[in-house]
Structures are given as C-alpha cells and as structure tokens.
Design a protein around this ligand. Structure first.
Ligand code: DX5
Ligand code: ZN
Length: 217
C-alpha cells in the first residue's frame, strides 16, 4: 500500500494539533518525526516529547526518523514515547544488527536509513531483518532541499531485492519530495512518501489532497 508520511519538521509547531488532525482526517496514514542531535547531522530539531505529542494526537502510524549518533541508546525511550516505526541510520550504528533486534524487542517496526552516498549493498546482511528501508533523497539535516537524482536508482535496486526476497520490506523516500517527482518515486518502487516543505508550504489541505491523489493513481 502507498502511504503519505507528512514530516512535521515543516509543520507550524504553534498549530501542531490542528495540522496533525487536518492531515489525519484527509487520509495521511503515517506521521514522520525527525529527531536530530546536532552530531550525526549539523542541525538540532526536537526530541521525544514531540513524538509523545504526535502520539497523543493520532492513532495513525508514528514514523520516527532518528538522525542521531549511536541511536541504540534511545530505542527504549523512543518506543515509550509512542513510536510505531523506528528508523536508524546505517552510518550511525556500530552494531546495526543489535540495534535492529532491540527495536523489534520493544515491539516497534524496525527500519534502516541510508544517506545519499551510501550504497544499497552495505545492507545485504540486514535486509531480511527489517520492515522498512528509508532512502534519503537529500543529505539529512534540513527540510526544503532538492532531491538528488542518483538516489532514485537505489530505490529501484531495493525494490528489485524486496520483490525477489522472502522478506519484502517497505521503501520510504525522504527529502525534496514534491507533487512533481512523487509519481516517479512511486514508479521506482517507493511506497512510503515523506514530504515536509512541499506539503506545509501554502495550502495544507489542497497540497495533501494532491499528494494523496498521486499516491492513489
Ligand atoms: C531531512 C528530514 C526530512 C525533512 C524532509 O533531513 O529527514 O524528513 O523533513 O523535508 P522536505 O520534504 O522539505 O525535503
Ligand atoms: Zn526524515
């Protein structure tokens, strides 16, 4: 199934409740929460209190993207805050297998992310263990960047692997996704579409409807 995962990094935090409810009512299936530590990525966003707030506002899937060094330190607190999916970066984990197992132990869906310059091949040993792979289509850290075209080849590569392996996993794309390129990303094999600035800039309801129509096509 194709799902929209609005990135609340671009939401108006003074109206978070209102905006989450609007998106929920219109049909967003996931809510993407970006946690940044100022180390793995240059920026600092917000932490688990915001995950908790989003959890209290919706029954939909809370999709937490940890852009954090050594994210294994925060799996318990992230799950307690209400995350349904926990994504950790391949580049940030010294013991990726242990971290993925830890995420499963706490009852969340386990997901691994790769930066634009990280090849798919480094995930070959872990793909049987994950529920989702997040392909970063920009360098992580900031909303509002332009999609890097070569990252789309990695979506195609992962889709092929998912289709031919016993463990099929979801493929999420994150960064620079807009109504112009979303269709192309779905064609490449992505099924979870994260979008921040393209959704929250301008008319939220109109933009959401446009994205959802593309996802249904
Ligand atoms: C970037 C974050 C994204 C970000 C996407 O590092 O992981 O989730 O919010 O924002 P847009 O859609 O504006 O690129
Ligand atoms: Zn993200």
């Amino acid at each position: 199934m194709n799902c929209l995962s609005p990135s609340i990094l671009s939401a108006d935090l003074t109206k978070l409740g209102e905006q989450v409810r609007t998106l929920d009512d219109l049909g967003a299936a996931y809510f993407h929460v970006d946690i940044m530590d100022g180390m793995f990525v240059p920026n600092i966003s917000f932490g688990f209190p915001i995950v908790k707030a989003v959890r209290s506002l919706t029954e939909k899937v809370v999709d937490v993207h940890m852009m954090v060094e050594d994210p294994g330190r925060y799996i318990d607190v992230c799950a307690e805050a209400g995350a349904d999916i926990i994504t950790v970066h391949y580049e940030a984990c010294r013991h990726l297998d242990a971290v993925i197992n830890h995420i499963k132990q706490v009852g969340a869906m386990a997901s691994v992310a790769i930066n634009p310059a990280t090849p798919v091949s480094v995930l070959s040993c872990i793909l049987d263990q994950v529920d989702m792979v997040l392909v970063m289509t920009v360098n992580p850290g900031y909303g509002g960047q332009k999609l890097i075209p070569y990252t789309v080849d990695k979506v195609r590569e992962l889709k092929k692997i998912s289709d031919s392996s016993r463990n099929s996993f979801d493929i999420e794309v994150d960064g620079g996704v807009n109504t112009e390129n979303a269709g192309m990303l779905l064609d490449a094999g992505a099924n979870i579409i994260v979008t921040g600035s393209a959704l929250f800039r301008g008319d939220l309801e109109e933009n959401t409807t446009q994205f959802l129509n593309i996802l249904e096509e």
